[in-house]
Design a binder for this molecule. Structure first.
Ligand code: ZN
Length: 227
């Protein structure tokens, strides 16, 4: 099976569509969503609709998904993220909010597990940003492979002498590693290969939609630098 892992889409329809267009040529059998389908971008409904249509093998809740439906306190969010939470809540339908509310914090399979932030306290949405953070989650891994998102920086962590790997898929809709292209991962469970893929998309269109929607201009501008 070949999986596409699409994380931190954040309501960016242009980035999501460009990613799926690229995946058309990749013979993908199944999809995984490590969370934050919404928040920041101007098309939360469109992105929820597409993710649901992909019928993901695993779809877990991100902190923004939970903040929008009132399951996570966004007190620690910056002002831009808070504004996006309120705006997103106001434009989603009851059914869309219900979908976000239904997402579990962790999904455990036979070979891989999925969580948005980290495994030691999934509801705290801690970040895995270095080897020490990765080691903490590894202690809780019941599977050899863990897919995460949250940091918006793609990365692969291993541990010497251990078959365990943690793969951060990066962010489809708001990359923060200085590369503004959408980021996602392709995983082939027959070979174990994990590849990080970057795809160009219409950043100016996504930026304009954010500004036209009355969302903070900064959320549009940051897409240009991928920061
Ligand atoms: Zn995110």
């Amino acid at each position: 099976m070949r999986y596409a892992i699409l994380s931190d889409i954040h309501g960016n329809l242009e980035a999501l569509e460009a990613s799926l267009e690229r995946l058309n040529s990749e013979k993908i059998d199944a999809y995984i969503s490590p969370g934050d389908i919404v928040g920041y971008g101007a098309d939360p409904s469109g992105c929820i609709k597409i993710v649901r249509s992909l019928d993901p093998t695993a779809s877990v809740a991100g902190n923004h998904d939970q903040a929008v439906v009132g399951s996570f306190d966004p007190a620690g969010f910056n002002e831009y993220a808070k504004a996006a939470v309120l705006w997103t809540r106001s434009v989603l339908s009851a059914a869309e909010l219900e979908y976000l509310k239904s997402l579990p914090l962790v999904k455990e399979g036979k070979v891989f597990s999925v969580v948005h932030g980290s495994l030691e306290d999934p509801q705290e949405f801690n970040y895995i940003l270095n080897r020490a953070d990765a080691a903490r989650s590894m202690r809780h891994m019941a599977t050899p492979l863990l897919f995460v998102g949250h940091s918006h920086v793609p990365a692969i962590y291993g541990h010497e002498g251990s078959p365990k790997r943690i793969v951060n898929a990066g962010s489809v809709g708001q990359p923060r590693d200085g590369d503004p292209r959408a980021s996602f991962v392709i995983y082939d469970d027959s070979t174990g290969d994990v590849s990080i893929v970057r795809v160009e998309y219409d950043i100016e269109k996504a930026r304009k939609k954010i500004i036209d929607a009355g969302l903070p201009e900064f959320l549009g501008d940051r897409l240009r630098g991928g920061l």
